[in-house]
Design a protein around this ligand. Structure first.
Ligand SMILES: C[S@@+](CC[C@H](N)C(=O)[O-])C[C@H]1O[C@@H](n2cnc3c(N)ncnc32)[C@H](O)[C@@H]1O
Length: 289
């Protein structure tokens, strides 16, 4: 079975600094790597959520091991308030978010996250309104180009959108989609030309950036004094949202302090062991009040 290797786990634990009798929120439970490490580190409780129903098996395993110290909800992290209330908490002592796609999501070709295999053009992590194929079908060429430009920062967005719409009838799998993109954008360096378009469609389908904006504001409101928010992001669009939010809230509300003046990145050793960690950036904010 595919395992998810938690990214920057030591750094997450160092910044979150779990303490006995405190409550932590893991908004991106995934394979439960962070949650398990937090529960092992101290005699605390964790409330976790994930939008993907494929993680239930991992949540069940942790529930069996930690009993009442662990609570799981099948929810989006923007619903953090509802989720913690459901388990009778009104605030928490630390919040962690690990925004990447998990290894098991990438490895399951049928879910369409990877352009390296022939899967359904889906890309939904769960609790979405539409999948990537419906999106491509529904959008006009111009709308599609705008999505690819805004969420993939792809400068050939117009050309790609035109080709996708022209070839819609032949598009059955993610491999077909990737090949249409590869046929109209020349490969530069090692990066596959389909990378940015896949990123854009995934972000749009899962409404990832609005989810992040929504959870950050809620998270700050729900954080107990001395508590920290730790966010690990994987691309510049996410990191920019975290950076600006931390800056703005610490400028306007003196109880919040940015703990990481510059983002923390994985060690060379971690990148060598787990190349997927290479683009990770960790930022931390504290409620000092
Ligand atoms: C990189 S994985 C997390 C891995 C986890 N830290 C671990 O150590 O196993 C990201 C997870 O976040 C989930 N996710 C992404 N966006 C979400 C959202 N808005 N709400 C809830 N879960 C989300 C994904 O479904 C995925 O399972």
């Amino acid at each position: 079975m595919i395992e998810h290797i938690p990214v920057m786990l030591n750094e997450v634990l160092q910044f979150l600094d779990p303490q006995d009798n405190k409550v932590y929120f893991d908004g991106t439970f995934g394979g439960g790597g962070y949650t398990q490490a937090i529960l092992n580190k101290s005699d605390c409780s964790v409330v976790a959520c994930d939008r993907d129903e494929h993680v239930f098996q991992y949540a069940d395993e942790i529930k069996q091991k930690y009993g009442d110290k662990f609570h799981f909800s099948h929810s989006k992290f923007s619903e953090i308030k509802k989720v913690i209330n459901k388990f009778s908490y009104s605030s928490v002592d630390g919040i962690v978010l690990d925004l990447g796609v998990s290894n098991f999501q990438l490895a399951d070709a049928s879910r369409g996250f990877s352009f390296k295999s022939a899967g359904n053009i889906d890309m939904s992590m769960g609790l979405c309104h539409e999948n990537a194929f419906d999106l491509i079908r529904r959008c006009t060429e111009e709308q599609l180009a705008n999505i690819i430009y805004e969420f993939g920062e792809e400068r050939f967005s117009r050309r790609i959108a035109k080709r996708i719409k022209e070839n819609l009838k032949q598009l059955k799998t993610t491999e077909d989609l990737a090949n249409v993109i590869r046929a109209c954008v020349r490969k530069q360096g090692k990066i596959d030309p389909a990378t940015k378009t896949f990123q854009a469609l995934r972000i749009y389908v899962n409404n990832e950036l609005d989810e992040l904006r929504a959870v950050l504001q809620e998270a700050a409101d729900l954080l107990n004094p001395g508590g920290r928010i730790v966010v690990v992001s994987f691309h510049s669009l996410e990191d920019r949202i975290v950076k600006l939010f931390f800056r703005e809230i610490s400028d306007t509300n003196p109880k919040f302090k940015i703990v990481t003046k510059k983002p923390i990145v994985p060690t060379e050793n971690e990148v060598a062991i787990n190349p997927k960690s290479r683009s990770a950036k960790l930022r931390c904010l504290e409620n000092e009040a």
